[in-house]
Structures are given as C-alpha cells and as structure tokens.
Ligand binder design. Sequence first.
Ligand code: UDP
Ligand code: GLC
Length: 407
Amino acid sequence: MKVLFLDQSGELGGAELCLLDIVAQISCDPAGRDALESQVALLSAGPFQDRLTQANIDHVVLRERPPHPKDRAFFSRRLRELFSLCHCLGDLIQLARNSDLIYANTSKAMVMGAIAHLITGRPLVYHLHDILTPQHFLWLNRNLLVQLANSCATQVIANSHATQQAFIAAGGHMAKSQVIYNGFLPEQFRIEPAQQQALRQSLGGKLSDDETFTIGCFSRFAPWKGQHLLLESLAKLNDPQVRLLLVGDSLFGEEAYVLKLRKQVERLGLTEQVQFLGFRDDVPQLLALCDLLVHSPVAPEPFGRVIVEAMLGGKAIIAPAEGSSPELLRHGQTGWLIEPRSSESLALAIQTLKAEPELRLRMGQAAAQAAQQRFHLYQTNQAIFELLHHTLNPDLMVASPVTTGVP
Ligand code: UDP
Ligand code: GLC
C-alpha cells in the first residue's frame, strides 16, 4: 500500500525534517507489518529535495509558480497563489489516484490534499505542525484548516498537546486528533570530545577561551522565533564572558529580520559577543560546544525540535513557559521555564544558570534521559505507522498511543 506525502516546502524546516525521518523508515517497519510504500510530493524545490535524494526516497516536485515579486497587494497576491496551486492540482490528483492514502504535512498541503481527497476518495491524514492561534494564523486561514480537517481528514496528528489543544479550541474535532511527538535518534547527539575540539578551533575567536560561557540558539530566523529578545537580554546582562552562537537562517523570506538582527547587534554593542553561523548541517556537534541553550520564541511554539535536541545533547535549556515547552521540560529538573516575551526574565535565567554549573549538568543529564525515553524515533514512528495502517484498514486493532507522559 502506498502513501502519498505532500509538503508545500522545499526548505529544511522542522516539519520537513520530521517528515524525512518518517519516510526514511516507512519501508522497514520493525513491527513486522506489511511495509508501506511512499512517495513524497513537494510544492517547491529546495534543499529538502536534495536530502530526499540522498536518502533514496521517491519524490517529485509539483512546480508551484512563485508569486510575482512586484505583486505586493494582499488580494492579488493571494489570487496568484491560488492560481498556481490550482496548476499543481492536476498532477497531484494523478499521484493521489496512484496511491492509497494522502498525508498532508503542512497547511497548504492540507488544502491541496483535501481537494485531492474529495476528487479521488483517498483517505486523508493531516500532520498538524502548527499552533492554530491568532498569533500564527489569520482567522480565515485558521477556520479553513479546521473545517477541512473536520470534514476531510480521517486523522489529525498533532505534534504536541499544545497544538492539539489549539486545534480543539479553534473548533477541531477532538476524536480525530492524536498527539504524536517528533522522534529522534539519541545516538546522533553523542559527540566525541575530539570532534568537539576540531569544531571549536574552526569557529575560532573566544570559543577556545576557557573563561567563555557559550550560549547556543538554534532556530530559523523569523520574528516569532524571537532572536531579538535574546539579544535584548544579552545587552541587559552586560557580561563580556558570555558568547552567543546564532545558528540558522531565514527559510521563508524573512531576510529583512536577519538584517534587523545584525543592526541590533551593532546598536547594542554586541559584535564581539555574537556570532552568526548561518544554516548548519552539524547541529549536534555545535550543541556539544555550548554551555547553555536558549529558545526564546515570542509566540507559542507548536513543538520545537531544538528543545528536544538540546535535551538529547545533555544541555540545560531555557524556554518560555507557554506553547509546547511546559510539556517537554520540567522546570528546574530537565529545563528552565521563564516568563514568555520577557527579556528581564531571560537575562535573569541566563545569569542564574551561568552561576550554577552543577545545576546545569544535573538538568542536562536528566533531560537526556527523559528525552531518550519520550522522543525516540522508533517509538514515534511506530505510532505513526500504526495510525496509517489503521486508516487503511479500519478493522485493525490499535495499540494505545505512546506519546503521552510527564516531562
Ligand atoms: N536546524 C538545522 N540547522 C540550523 C538551524 C536549525 O538543521 O542551522 C534544524 C534544527 O536542528 C531543528 C530544525 O532545524 O531540527 C528546526 O525545527 P524546530 O521544530 O525547532 O523549528 P521550526 O523551524 O520547524 O519552527
Ligand atoms: C513546525 C513547528 C515546530 C515543530 C516542527 C516539527 O515547523 O513550527 O514547532 O517542531 O513543525 O513538528
């Protein structure tokens, strides 16, 4: 049986990295069920496509025309987008007819997937990676997604309880939704000291200085990811021993925000302390160099792969007490939760944890242990494969979900 995975992006965002890990294992189900076949259809090209090629995953790019660069007016831009989406639809319907199930991995993919479902009758599963709140979505888009999920999807996979609750609060059917966290391979986060040393030297500067306290922030650059808040906190902290590695880049057209951040660094006199590393493929290795991780989104984070990655890397992490963080981290035990959107609260947390190396060590060890138990890729993929088999054969018995539990 074949599953058609549909994703709107060719970029390497968290939703795409999550999908990659699912599809890479789909053909070798360790539970011994009939393996599922897969095909991935993308609405645009990009580095995600290269990763799919490297992993030998069957995929196709349904060419979506980019909006005209001069076309800034809201409605004509939306019309153009709609037109280009319709353009892909013919190809998509053909692919859907050759598959047994459609799996929509992003919001636009959900809209397209719902149309393909209505035309072909193939069952539809929606992997919801977004928190459907006013901070993230316009009312119209939020309602469209919820109504489509309610009427067309057989199952909605929410990437956290926070995401599931927002879906239900927006009118989504609770009975259709199930929480399945993103999964990870813990061994990828065990880094040898020799590897760390080489990387430390290649980054140069103060990193090789024993006095330096290195903070890492690993996120794509977007205003809601809140890198600006972290810079404000650093300025408030006014501690020259603190060094910040800003890892990531704008993936979805937020170049203006990156420029703003660079100017903010200059304005706040932080050029000696902040290093922009761009988008990197060696996140686990970079994580290993950090004394502390900070995740400072200014809107609720749906899941936040970077939080779990920091946990698996055995690092203390600071995150806001909203969105998914309170279900991923237990304050003072596996992480440090702060008041959301408060640069004072963040500065104070950094100062506290910098002064407490033993607490950081203890929290990092407890976090790694908790993350290995709760976010192992084999477990989360089992839950997803189970759900797919059940959708294809509704008479199959289903085991209980594996992803609940305390942080
Ligand atoms: N990431 C990466 N290179 C970078 C910055 C981030 O590979 O330079 C990865 C990071 O390790 C994580 C993902 O991008 O797996 C971001 O996912 P997350 O869920 O944290 O946020 P999203 O961008 O999907 O909202
Ligand atoms: C989305 C969300 C992020 C989540 C990722 C994977 O990109 O913004 O919070 O971790 O999907 O589910």
